[in-house]
Design a protein around this ligand. Structure first.
Ligand code: PRP
Ligand code: URA
Length: 212
């Protein structure tokens, strides 16, 4: 599979219900942060569906049982700052041993170009599956820059998880990184003249952290 075939819209009823609450302009920062973390946890089920298992023997109070436990690969989660931070807790509740890297990238409001200002990633990226998280995939510039940076440091098994994508962002990200699996809860109509997703949810970072 390559490119567009690797894009999955997760339409579980709980995910769609919580996404509606996140979009609602009446939802304030505290509730938004809780919802975004819950969404990341719910979506994390699907994002991790292809993890490998191996057989082990476990002794129950009654008898020996053949069980299956995760076999690998090692995992990493990389939020794109700021808004991606709110998705980390959902993933690390599922996978507490995942290493967490951070990509600081903001979008220049005039040019809409991504500006990288911070990068701290686990050193053994080539041995890890990395889940990049950001609620918004708009022009795709930030996501492409984050995946570029991870690949430059040795990462090769990479997934991208967002809540809302614009068709323009999906197109740009799949063209730049056809080997990437993309998971989203919705693909919206389009971008507006300021690069915001329509209908989207507004400015994710500002709404999550109450900075506007
Ligand atoms: C938002 C969002 C993404 C980016 C998406 O971050 O969280 O990172 O925009 O837009 P793009 O697909 O066009 O690159 P923003 O740049 O507002 O940074 P902030 O969260 O630090 O405010
Ligand atoms: N960044 C956001 O936070 N929201 C958008 O709609 C687009 C980019």
């Amino acid at each position: 599979m390559a490119g567009a075939d690797r894009v999955r819209v997760l339409d579980h009823p709980l995910i769609q219900h919580k996404l509606a609450l996140v979009r609602d302009c009446r939802t304030g920062p505290k509730e938004l942060r809780e919802l975004v973390e819950e969404l990341a946890l719910l979506m994390g089920y699907e994002v991790t569906r292809d993890l490998r298992l191996e057989e082990v023997e476990v002794r129950t109070p009654i008898a020996a049982a053949r069980c299956r436990v995760l076999a690998g690969p090692k995992l990493g989660v990389v939020p794109i700052l700021r808004a991606g931070l709110c998705m980390v807790g959902g993933i690390t509740r599922l996978i507490p041993w995942a290493r967490v890297g951070h990509m600081g990238i903001y979008r220049d409001p005039a040019t809409l170009q991504p500006v990288e200002y911070y990068c701290k990633l686990p050193p053994d990226l080539s041995e890890r599956e990395v889940i990049v998280v950001d609620p918004m995939l708009a022009t795709g510039g930030s996501a492409v820059a984050a995946v570029d940076a991870i690949k430059k440091r040795g990462g090769s098994q990479i997934k991208f998880m967002c809540l809302i994508a614009a068709p323009e962002g999906v197109d740009r990200l799949t063209r730049a990184h056809p080997d990437l699996d993309i998971f989203t809860a919705a693909i919206d109509e389009r971008l507006n003249d300021h690069g915001y997703i329509v209908p989207g949810l507004g400015d994710a970072g500002d709404r999550l952290f109450g900075t506007r």
